[in-house]
Design a protein around this ligand. Structure first.
Ligand SMILES: Cc1cc2nc3c(=O)[nH]c(=O)nc-3n(C[C@H](O)[C@H](O)[C@H](O)COP(=O)(O)OP(=O)(O)OC[C@H]3O[C@@H](n4cnc5c(N)ncnc54)[C@H](O)[C@@H]3O)c2cc1C
Length: 410
């Protein structure tokens, strides 16, 4: 048998999901790609983006984020080109071009460009001192600003906004957090849980304003204040916008690939061009986009097999993914459905003494969602029940007391 001709794989974007794909390929003997070229918009190879919150809070040093050492890339014959984003794809010639004019041809192209902070669409958003919290450069800049300035406003009371606000507070800033909904983490917590969280954060010194909307960011060159919908002005030296994400799909859209909100792929991560694939936060499957790292990892596992011509028809299947708030001392865990619908029962338990709270969503005696506040050790066990779709009738009355009680009752 004649050996297969090696093919050239180009990966555009070097974030957490692209790195997972590289590691999966490296684990497959004879993957058939040589060379593999990674073109990164950031100045450093892939790092643990999730830990940026801990870096901002001063709990982890920036140099602890690296996912692989330089020699790992050399050993696996992976060429990385950093700080030079791809600006165009020529599908006819199977070539990409970078901002510096560098051209790279490909046999297979993978788009892993992630996403960016969503814009608020407000006047003043282009003022200096208004920024997102997405990468290492943002984090380093936030730390520098916190050393020279006193006041910050964070817009968005989801996980990212809360972590940004707490990180800046720990850096010594007086932080006001603005959130549009009536309570914090409104997609994960009900009003009681949101109130508990707000109280815990207020006790630490954060100023929290819910049910409020910024209508303009004010200043000449630098931002000086945020104007709210009730005409209040909140003075500030810094505004961090953490109100959702926008997938980086422009490259694909400009190249004529099918796109919706993100780059459209099927469950084998194939775009509308058979030579081009996409995964992670820049892709969408059906109408579903992704904002957590775990589905991206699962997609990378599938794509590694698709690219190497598996005959097992590996396909990506969305599963319920767990997530948590990374603020030390305020443990929160969330998995699965977060908002009750017509068929869902909501089971809530709260202990004022120990400041514990949990909320479960249940459909037909199956757990569909769980939020834990104050004590999260059993989170992965609840997540497993959600994924397995187990019948919980035998231990439903014990559900709030944790795994040990449920297992004893089952
Ligand atoms: C502070 C913070 C905390 C988070 N915490 C959690 C958490 O606790 N749990 C969780 O599940 N998720 C968390 N996330 C989300 C998680 O980081 C993302 O889901 C994950 O990084 C997505 O990986 P990705 O590879 O798709 O995109 P990214 O990691 O964003 O990587 C995309 C890369 O592509 C680059 N790029 C973009 N355009 C181009 C171009 N044209 N050319 C070349 N390169 C390009 C980008 O600069 C970036 O380096 C957090 C995110 C942030 C910012």
């Amino acid at each position: 048998m004649t050996p297969r001709q090696p093919q050239k794989l180009v990966i555009c974007g070097h974030g957490m999901v692209a790195q997972r794909l590289l590691e999966q390929l490296a684990d497959l003997p004879d993957h058939g790609f040589d060379p593999i070229v990674v073109l990164s918009g950031e100045p450093a190879p892939a790092y643990n983006r999730i830990l940026l919150s801990s870096v901002l809070a001063g709990e982890a040093p920036a140099d602890s984020l690296a996912l692989q050492s330089a020699d790992w890339f050399e050993r696996h014959r992976i060429r990385c080109r950093q700080g030079d984003p791809v600006v165009g794809i020529d599908r006819q010639r199977r070539q990409v071009v970078t901002a510096s004019g560098h051209e790279e041809s490909y046999d297979r192209l993978v788009l892993a460009t992630g996403s960016r902070p969503a814009s608020l669409g407000l006047p003043g958003e282009d003022l200096s001192g208004v920024m997102g919290f997405r990468d290492l450069r943002d984090t380093e800049r936030l730390i520098r600003i916190s050393q020279r300035n006193r006041r910050a406003v964070v817009i968005g009371g989801g996980f990212l906004g809360l972590e940004a606000a707490e990180g800046l507070r720990r850096r010594g800033m007086a932080v006001t957090l603005l959130h549009r909904a009536s309570h914090l983490l409104n997609r994960q917590l009900d009003a009681v849980g949101g109130e508990l969280l707000a109280r815990a954060l207020t006790e630490r010194g954060l100023t929290i304003r819910t049910a409020t909307k910024p209508v303009a960011l004010l200043g000449n060159r630098r931002v000086r204040a945020v104007q709210l919908d009730d005409d209040t002005l909140v003075s500030t030296d810094l505004v961090v916008v953490a109100a959702g994400i926008t997938p980086n799909a422009e490259l694909a859209r400009d190249a004529g690939l099918a796109c919706g909100r993100a780059i459209r792929v099927d469950d084998r991560l194939r775009t509308s061009d058979p030579a081009i694939f996409a995964l992670g936060e820049c892709c969408q499957i059906g109408e579903h986009t992704f904002g957590l790292v775990e589905p991206g990892y699962q997609q990378a596992d599938v794509l590694a097999r698709v690219l190497t011509g598996d005959h097992h028809q590996h396909r990506f299947q969305a599963t319920q993914v767990a997530t948590g708030l990374k603020i030390s001392g305020i443990p929160i865990f969330s998995c699965g459905q977060t908002e009750a619908d017509g068929d869902t029962e909501s089971l809530v338990w709260q202990d004022h003494d120990s400041n514990r709270y949990c909320r479960f969503l249940i459909r037909n005696n199956r757990l569909t969602g769980a939020v834990l506040f104050g004590e999260t050790r059993d989170g992965p066990w609840y997540a497993e029940r959600i994924r397995q779709g187990d019948d919980i009738a035998a231990f439903r009355a014990n559900l709030a007391f944790g795994r040990a009680y449920c297992e004893a009752a089952a």
